[in-house]
Structures are given as C-alpha cells and as structure tokens.
Design a binder for this molecule. Structure first.
Ligand code: 3EB
Length: 331
C-alpha cells in the first residue's frame, strides 16, 4: 500500500530537484511531483494545477522545467490566493501580491500572508524562500526598492528572525515590470540548520551602509533530513560585506564559485556524506543582470560544470555593481 502523507516521519523527508525537458502535463502526472517551475516567455504562463508556477524572468535558450520530487503522496490546492502542495513532510507554496511601486508595502503584505499561512499550517518552518520583484535597484540610497523590500520583509514577519530560524533565500529583480511581487517557498514540519559562509559576513549583520534593515536570510539551509539536498541561497561576488570585481563579470563568476565551494565545505563538516561542489547532485541556477551577458554566463557554467544541467535567467541582482548571482541545491 502506498504510504499516506501522515505516516511519514519528518526525518524521512525526501527532495530531489531536477531540470527536465518534458511536456508539462507529463511532469505533473508523475508520482511524488511536489512542484514544477517554468521560466521565461516559452513556458506556460498559468496552469490549472496549483503545483505549476511560472517565473517570468526571461530564460537564456530553451530552459528546462525545474521539478521538485518528494517521497510521499502529494496533495495540493489553492486557498485565498496561495497555491500549495504537501506530502506530509514538506510543503511548497506560492503567492503573488500587486506591487504599484511601494516595494515596502507590497513586501510587508506578502510576508504577513506568508507568516499567517505558515503559522496555521502543519509546516511551520520555511527552509527556502524565493522573492522576485520589479526594478529591484531603482531608487537611491535608503529609498532603493531592495532596501524597502528588506524593511517590508522584517515588518511583515513582525520581527527580526533569530539566526537559528533564518531560511535560505533569493531576492532578484525582474528586468521588465510585472506589477507584482512573487514569493514562493519550501517549508517543512521540522526545522533545518541555517548555515553561514566563512568568506562572507552574515547578511543579517551587514553594516548600516547597506540599508536600515539588514537582510534576514542565511547563506544556506541544511534540511532536517539526510534525504534532502543543501539549499543554497542566492550567492554573489560578495566577500565580507563588500561587492568585488565590479568591472569584470568573469571574475565575479570565479568569486561566486569560491563562495559556493566554501559554503559546501562548511556544510560537509556537519554532513560528511555530502559530496564536494559540482558533483552530479548539484543543480545551479544563474541570474544575469545584462541580457548581453547571458551567453557568457551560460558558457562559463558549461565549461566549469559540463555534466550539469543549468538554468540561466535574465534577472537583476540587488546591488547594481553585481552582474551575476547563483543559487541552487547540492547533494
Ligand atoms: C547578498 O549576498 C546578495 O535579501 O533575501 C542574496 C540572497 C541576496 C538573498 C535576500 C539577498 C537575499 O547580499 C543578495
């Protein structure tokens, strides 16, 4: 008999992330499909199944679908604007909030919704959150939209999260306006372990020069179950708290790889079974600020990780001088 969701212990949570070229309906028909993401203009904008989410960031070439495969039976639905699915150990969720230009207000509303939703669910621990917003670096100094986003996020949550409860995260800007803030997440019944990167200052300790509210995220999240990969936050060419190599995309790329390597090395001290970076179990997704640089980032990834499928998207990193950011899963 197939297991029913509630007979699965949280420690048995399983997640595999795959990049796949297949018809969307075929992917949705597979057992254990928790969520599937389509990127860019070639992907369907909507689907009746709440487990499908369209990310509007333009893709380089023909992007595969990203599939989240889990171990239990999947249930799904929509509630009050939130699309959700769950298997008894893990929950996927997504919501979108209109953004008329006040990034702080839109983000506050989105995080109030998220907070209320998680608080009332069996999956109270957000492990990983993606945020996609318009014009992320528009506005000057403390009026910059990313800084207002950081303020709205902390206000929506009602407080600064303690270091031990920070999720891994990505925050990226749409190159063209969409008029909405998109948030999606992976939450779990059991908390994981937030990880920091020895090469980078903890983002929640960034000095005042980066805005009135330090960003509330961890560099990575080691999930509670060994059947799940390391969840890696958006990683840019930042060392300490300073952006590096503002004049060279290629050198930024190398710095990001050094950051990823150091993060995975830190994770391996906690979970020695994790392979080194860029094993067959690494899935990376790159966000590139300038459309003209997409091909170069795709080529750099192909050269460094010839065996790995990849997703390369046109999206703005939240500091103007940063040309590229990479997130992903590992192990
Ligand atoms: C950085 O390291 C780059 O505010 O949620 C990366 C990942 C970044 C997540 C966030 C921001 C966020 O500061 C920016």
């Amino acid at each position: 008999m197939p297991p029913t969701p509630h007979t699965i212990a949280p420690a048995d949570a399983r997640l595999r992330v795959e990049y796949r070229w297949a018809p969307l309906d075929a992917l949705l028909a597979e057992p254990g499909l928790l969520a599937v993401f389509g990127f860019g203009d070639d992907a369907p904008a909507t689907h009746a199944d709440p487990r499908y989410l369209h990310v509007a960031l333009p893709a380089f070439g023909s992007a595969p679908f990203e599939c989240w495969q889990v171990g239990g039976d999947v249930r799904c639905g929509r509630h009050d604007g939130i699309a959700w699915s769950e298997d008894g150990t893990l929950q996927f969720g997504a919501l979108e909030i209109p953004d008329d230009g006040d990034a702080e207000a839109a983000t506050r509303r989105a995080y109030e919704r998220l907070q209320a939703w998680l608080g009332g669910s069996d999956y109270p621990h957000p492990l990983r959150i993606w945020n996609y917003l318009d014009a992320i670096t528009d506005g000057d100094s403390d009026d910059e939209r990313y800084r207002r986003f950081c303020v709205g996020r902390a206000q929506g949550l009602g407080r600064d999260l303690a270091p031990g409860e920070l999720p891994a995260a990505t925050a990226i800007g749409h190159p063209l306006p969409t008029g909405r803030l998109q948030l999606y997440w992976l939450a779990a019944r059991s908390a994981g372990t937030p990880l920091e990167n020895p090469r980078q200052l903890q983002a929640w300790r960034y000095p005042r020069q980066y805005g009135p509210q330090a960003p509330g995220f961890a560099r990575a999240l080691l999930p509670p179950s060994p059947g799940m990969p390391l969840l890696i936050s958006g990683t840019a060419a930042i060392v300490g708290h300073a952006s590096r190599h503002g004049d060279s995309l290629q050198t930024q790329f190398e710095e990001i790889l050094a950051n990823l390597d150091s993060l995975v090395t830190a994770a391996r001290t906690l979970r020695p079974g994790l392979p080194p970076l860029a094993s067959r179990q690494t899935r990376l997704k790159a966000y590139v600020r300038d459309a003209q640089d997409l091909a170069m980032v795709d080529a750099l990834l192909a050269q460094r990780f010839p065996d790995l499928p990849r997703v390369v998207l046109h999206g703005h990193v939240c500091r103007r001088e940063l040309a590229v950011e990479i997130d992903g899963v590992h192990g």
